[in-house]
Write a protein that binds this ligand. Structure first.
Ligand code: 3H9
Length: 683
């Protein structure tokens, strides 16, 4: 072979076509060209009777090379290579270890047999990248499992383990990892050509296809990739194979060039970069996790670590809080079971892994201790000071603070190099994000431990530096303030919330505020009132609501009225609107806002603060900021994140957005290099 991305090896009468394109054997151009050459060679060599396609390294083939997607396609394209494999007169078996995903699985489906190791996974995750399978997956898979099951698999992107794939007839045999090569060779030698395209699609039970279609469209409401995937799979039952393949290809190409696919690709690579450390320090070993404080956050943290296989020691000085934590943890684990995240047995095992103690010294032997006590500097410092003395010298101490100065907290322990921030989001068992906060003194292996444990419990770690609110809460505060300024200029809460939801947030800021309660922010404002510079713009509307006892959903009223709601969504309330108008009159001439104006002001505030955060080194990249907004603040993943959205605008529009924010903030506004930030995304 001209390139070593595909090796051609022979053993007796069998050819081994070995794909060697680290790290994940993506089907890049060199792989496709190499495969094509190998198939020609196999067909032409009369001493060979069959072939095995196998991956070198840790996996079979992870799919098409996603890095090639933003560029014009290069021949030979994967569908053509797959056609060569199907047309090869000699049988080919796919020997699968690791993952056969997307185009990698489609490659295996073109082979005459599939042998996999027990740990191998197969699947078509293209819909999660805003695509449909583009190399025959929508046509070959239904010929093995029927249309209803194929709709489910393609739309969910589910990664099937080998036993499940065997039961569905997707693979033909499971082999030990040590004998995969030989098992596949034996299978290939005994195989006849079995071209899936020539098979009839097995009949589904009446109603099954409609049910699968309804479920798919419900789960992916409004998503073009989902709608197209359903249609493509259904064509396997209504259109000749070759024509359906062509149709699949043209839909794939169109989606590939679309905005959703671009956003999801961006997100895919951002997730893989997040939490990656340059100094390659080894994390400390963690088996037992101590959690101090058994309130909502502490109980949630205990639940996710137990579900992740760690032993957990949960402490709280108050008996009633510890008791309440038991039911909170059971609820969280039950929720994970209902959501299909863990099995019922795993939830029972997790419960058995948690010990409950009143005495703080119970955490003395833990490898990692996370404090999750009340968010107040004095309270947290006091606990951390005691932990510094109690906790083993080689253990890591973490704080779940969401705002406070981690360096001050670390000092309290008298061993600041052992301290890292682990900022979880509520509800802990549902929210993927963990801000791993690096203090000035945090040792590299302590930071690495924070990242490693977050990953081990299935969370997405994003590294943040120390400042008030870290990445997420600092940006959120500026964005929220901007939304309140708009109230003071005449926009109504529901108008702002609706515009913000159309921008991509799952909920607008006032609906969020009602959900979390207005009281904590009110207390903070009162505490900070003495230090406030009178030149700073201040909006008193929330204070007035709090004074009226409108503390949010729990009080039946806040920014909205919840008296008659059954859906959880409040009704716009004339009382609130009157207060807003009164405050707007005091501020100056009030006016109406368009959706677009609201969105620009909100986005401008986010972009500018993100630029400052990246310049200050609090966040490592724009992509990290978007991951935080998507995974911690409900911004739509399908739109990439607020910065990705802004990166699609032209510079003049971005600058006018920031100018509007500047004008609204007035005193104290600091401008970041927004264009530089967005250029990093534009590449
Ligand atoms: C497709 O196939 C379309 C077809 O239907 C049609 C074609 C015509 N391409 O995740 P990791 C990189 S769409 C390029 O940390 P793990 C990744 O960026 C594709 N690069 O490893 C990272 O690079 P770096 C459908 C890829 O062991 C490195 O590999 N396939 C690709 O935790 C390690 O990645 C998928 O959606 C790729 N396809 O997990 C599968 N995949 O080190 C996507 C990975 O420079 N991949 N990279 O940052 C995965 O799910 C996981 O990577 C996998 C390994 C499970 C394979």
């Amino acid at each position: 072979m001209s390139d070593q991305s595909v090796r051609f090896e022979t053993e007796g009468d069998i050819a081994f076509i070995v794909i060697a394109n680290p790290p994940v054997n993506a089907a890049s151009i060199a792989v496709r060209a190499g495969l094509r050459e190998a198939v020609v060679r196999l067909a032409a060599d009369s001493s060979l009777i069959a072939g095995v396609i196998i991956g070198d390294g840790k996996t079979f083939v992870a799919g098409a090379d996603i890095k090639e997607f933003g560029k014009p396609p290069l021949a030979p394209e994967l569908p053509a290579v797959i056609e060569d494999i199907e047309r090869c007169p000699k049988p080919l078996a796919a020997a699968i270890h690791g993952a056969a995903l997307g185009g990698g699985f489609e490659l295996a489906l073109a082979c005459d047999a599939r042998i996999a190791t027990l740990e191998a996974v197969v699947g078509l995750p293209e819909v999660q990248l805003g695509l449909i399978p583009g190399a025959g997956g929508t046509q070959r898979l239904p010929r093995l499992v029927g249309i209803a099951k194929a709709i489910d698999l393609v739309v969910s992107g589910k990664r099937l383990r080998a036993p499940e794939a065997l039961a569905l007839g997707i693979i033909d045999q499971i082999a030990d990892s040590g004998s995969l090569r030989e098992a596949a060779a034996t299978f290939a030698r005994g195989s006849r050509k079995r071209v899936l395209g020539t098979l009839r699609v097995p009949a589904d039970l009446p109603g099954d296809i409609t049910m699968a279609e309804d479920a798919a469209l419900k789960s992916g409401r409004g998503r073009e990739a989902v709608r197209e995937a359903v249609e493509a799979v259904k064509r396997a039952g209504s259109m000749p194979f070759a024509a359906a393949l062509q149709e699949e290809r043209s839909v794939f190409q169109r989606l590939r060039n679309g905005e959703e696919a671009a956003a999801l690709r961006y997100n895919f690579f951002a997730e893989r970069q997040a939490g990656r450390l340059k100094d390659r320090a080894h994390p400390r070993e963690v088996k037992t996790v101590g959690v101090v404080g058994a309130g909502t956050m502490g109980a949630g943290i205990a639940a996710v670590f137990a579900a992740g296989g760690f032993d957990v020691v949960l402490t709280d000085a108050k008996a009633d809080i510890l008791e309440r934590a038991k039911s909170r943890i059971a609820e969280a684990l039950g929720d994970l079971v209902r959501g299909g995240k863990i099995e019922a047995r795993a939830a029972d095992e997790a419960l058995a892994r948690i010990g409950y103690f009143h005495d703080l010294t119970a955490v003395a032997t833990a490898d990692l201790v996370i404090e999750a006590v009340f968010e107040e500097l004095r309270v947290k410092s006091d606990v951390l000071q005691r932990l510094g003395a109690i906790v083993r010298k080689d253990a890591v101490i973490a704080s779940n603070t969401s705002y406070l100065d981690l360096d001050l907290l670390a000092e309290a322990t008298a061993r600041p190099s052992d301290v890292v921030g682990l900022h979880f989001f509520a509800p802990v068992h549902r929210m993927r994000l963990v801000e791993v906060v690096r203090g000035a003194m945090t040792a590299p292996d302590v930071l690495a431990t924070g990242v490693a444990v977050a990953r081990a419990i299935g969370k997405l770690p994003v590294i943040a530096g120390v400042c008030e609110g870290f990445i997420g809460n600092r940006i959120y505060a500026k964005y929220r303030a901007q939304c309140e300024f708009m109230l003071q200029e005449g926009a109504l809460p529901n108008e702002i919330d609706q515009a913000i939801e159309r921008l991509g947030f799952a909920m607008g800021p006032f609906a969020v505020s009602d959900l979390s309660g207005l009281d904590i922010a009110w207390l903070t404002r009162k505490r900070k009132a003495v230090d406030r510079d009178p030149r700073e713009r201040y909006v008193a509307i929330a204070d007035r609501l709090c004074e009226m006892g409108r503390l949010g959903r729990k009080a039946g009223a806040g920014w909205y009225d919840y008296a008659e709601t059954t859906s959880g969504r409040g009704k716009a309330d004339p009382i609130v609107n009157t207060i807003v108008r009164e405050e707007a009159e005091k501020h100056g001439p009030s006016r109406t806002f368009t959706d677009h104006e609201i969105q620009q002001r909100a986005l401008g505030a986010i972009v500018n603060e993100a630029a400052l955060i990246v310049e200050e080194g609090i966040a490592r990249s724009a992509a990290d900021v978007d991951l935080v907004m998507v995974n911690g603040y409900g911004f739509s993943k399908f739109r990439g994140g607020p910065l990705f959205v802004a990166s699609r605008m032209d510079n003049a529009e971005v600058i006018s957005m920031i100018d509007a924010v500047d004008q609204a903030v007035g005193f104290g506004f600091k401008r970041g290099d927004s264009i530089g930030l967005l250029n990093a995304i534009r590449g």
